[in-house]
Design a protein around this ligand. Structure first.
Ligand code: SAM
Length: 401
């Protein structure tokens, strides 16, 4: 008898009350899914769901309840690398694999909000085929970019080439809508360190930027000799002009917005205050292990989480998923992961107060995902927890198709 059968009868609640959005879809889902109290946690009806079953079937069901509602989909499908892992096989014919992912992307497109995005983990072997297949689903115009993730920092000596990185293919449902809502990343310590306060300015730390610009579109008013407060004259270098006409530059000097160095003799530069900086950092396409973690760090985290059960072979680090969700979602928005694995996306979404739907076919959705999420609800302290001061709370529902 499996855990579903041994779950208490009152654990078979109406799935529709939790994850569906209309009465007719309640009926559809209610026939197809059962809530299992034993593998759920916290109050029912939070909107967070772990769904055990084939993801194509589950995605089709979700189109009845969540069409145009999902803000971000993260997919980490088996890479079709011929490996046989402890919890799943990763070996299909190439065409069969490609069709299987394409079929799922078609359903995912129906679930995405207009300003939603899709992030697909993949390695070298199938990357280029997958790009063409995903272009066919989302349209080349909606391709956002390819991110390179440094998944290991040690050399893999058994291979001809040590593959230290893999990829994230990023698509939007509609590029014009997504580019308006895409979040910047928080300033890093390295960027913050560039801002100093060399003159104890009461407006706080600042960095200096060039006061002269390339003279391609210059007006005649931008060419002049600028007199510094100490009387020294400065001219822009050849091929450049001042960024402001003389009158405006003198006003900026009067407002203490121009820096002439500690001794007042340096080439003038403009002060840019950290307090005036509106945007964070534009995400780059190279994601270093030191910023988003490695596969082996993810495994160490799982070792701490699951002391008595077998380790999951291919987890992603929580910091990697955190960065994806920081860029693509805001608190309360819905995240979907149809290849949930050990539950990383659900755990990160939960800690970041996003709503989530995770689908996984294997029994490790109970032993790993539900078990992990129960620990998260109880305030688990690994992964991203310390950096965001996670203390626990919330809940999720476990369903079986
Ligand atoms: C690479 S792993 C995902 C790892 C995950 N990102 C993590 O951090 O743990 C791929 C997962 O997809 C699951 N899977 C494969 N085919 C599936 C299907 N048709 N429906 C649902 N899950 C599937 C496998 O069982 C496996 O757990």
């Amino acid at each position: 008898m499996d855990e579903l059968d041994s779950a208490p009868q009152n654990g078979h609640e109406d799935v529709a009350s939790v994850i569906s959005c209309s009465k007719s879809s309640d009926e559809v889902l209610n026939k197809s899914m059962q809530r299992v109290a034993k593998w759920s946690a916290g109050p029912a009806g939070t909107g967070n769901a772990l769904i055990q079953g084939d993801n194509l079937a589950a995605l089709k069901l979700l189109t009845k309840t969540h069409a145009n509602k999902v803000k971000c989909v993260y997919l980490d499908p088996p890479y079709n690398n011929g490996e046989s892992y402890q919890h799943y096989f990763d070996s299909m014919g190439h065409e069969e694999w490609l069709k299987s992912v394409s079929d799922r992307l078609e359903q995912i497109k129906l679930l995405l909000r207009e300003d939603g995005s899709v992030w697909i983990s993949i390695d070298d072997s199938e990357l280029h085929y997958l790009k063409v297949a995903a272009d066919a689903v989302f349209g080349r115009v909606n391709f956002v970019g390819t991110i390179v993730w440094e998944r290991r920092t040690t050399r893999e000596n058994r291979k001809v080439l040590s593959r230290n990185h893999e990829y994230l293919l990023v698509y939007s449902k509609k590029i014009s809508a997504w580019s308006k809502v895409r979040n910047s990343l928080p300033l890093t310590d390295e960027v913050k360190d560039r801002y100093k306060n060399l003159d104890a300015d009461p407006r706080g730390p600042w960095q200096s930027v060039s006061a002269n610009v390339q003279d391609g579109h210059a007006t005649p008013q931008q060419y002049y000799s600028l007199r510094a407060p100490n009387g020294r004259l400065h001219s822009p270098p050849k091929g450049r002009c001042w960024g402001f006409p003389e009158q405006r530059m003198l006003e900026e000097i009067a407002k203490n917005n121009v820096w002439f160095g500690r001794d007042g003799n340096a080439v003038p530069r403009l002060k840019q205050f950290i307090a005036n900086r509106k945007a964070g950092l534009t995400p780059e396409t190279l994601w270093r292990a030191e910023d988003v973690g490695t596969t082996s760090q993810a495994k160490k985290h799982l070792l701490a989480l699951f002391k008595e059960i077998s380790i999951f072979d291919t987890p992603k680090p929580e910091h990697l998923i955190q960065r994806i969700l920081e860029i693509s979602t805001n608190p309360g928005e819905i995240v979907l992961d149809p290849y949930l694995g050990s539950g990383t996306t659900a755990a990160v979404a939960h800690k970041m107060k996003r709503s989530y739907l995770g689908i996984e076919i294997g029994d490790h959705i109970k032993t790993h995902c539900a078990h992990r999420l129960q620990q998260v609800v109880a305030g688990e302290s690994g992964g991203i927890s310390r950096s965001i001061d996670w203390k626990g709370g919330g809940g999720f529902d476990f369903y079986r198709i």
